[in-house]
Design a protein around this ligand. Sequence first.
Ligand code: MN
Length: 254
Amino acid sequence: MKPALVDFHCHLDLFPDPVSAVRDAEEAGVYTLTVTTTPKAWPRNHELTHGTRHVRAALGLHPQLVAERSAEIAMWEEYLPQARYVGEVGLDAGPRYFRSLDLQKQIFTRVLQKCAEAGGKILTVHSVRTATMALDLIESQLARKGQVVLHWFTGSKSEARRAVDLGCYFSINCAMLRNDRGRDLVAALPSDRLLTETDAPFTQVGSRPTAPIDVKETVEALATLRNVTLKDLAQNIGSNLRTLLDGAGVSTDP
Ligand code: MN
């Protein structure tokens, strides 16, 4: 049996046709986590992934939207009991967003506190130019009462080591493997913390936006980078997903 593919961070609700995007991922058998950027999108995404075997939705409030949408944290909290998966959440200190960084920290702190209170949540976390700050908050506020996957991580190797010590996983996409710095970082990560993602539709293969099935390109690139067979790498990712879900107490299929 072929090991299943895992796309642990994408945005199917931003596809031109979200319904067929969910159906395509489901039919391809890709274990897919589709994140939301605002809690307003939760009910629809929750409904779209109801009854699917391979596709799950995450409840988010994207750091890049916090400047305009911080008030939506109340709605995020209201929906949290319905959600096992949380994202996209985190921090972004890139040039367009650093002005809202204080507000982002308040919102992310609240998100982590609420997840810690609830327990058993799995978070997909954005940390652009904020790796240390995000890890500080994850350590102090979530305090291991939830599982963290760092999405498209671009911190340093020492920040990555700290994340490993804090129990974090890393979801790797094709764009991360297209530059030396990214490849060097990913090559140094422990194999038991690796997951894969597309961040679709925000990454590309050729000149078209990705879809969850394109995660197979990342699996191939990762296998080459880490000098293991494709099959072993795919099995490794599948077993990491199971360990992650077990750690969060997910007893049924992911
Ligand atoms: Mn994303």
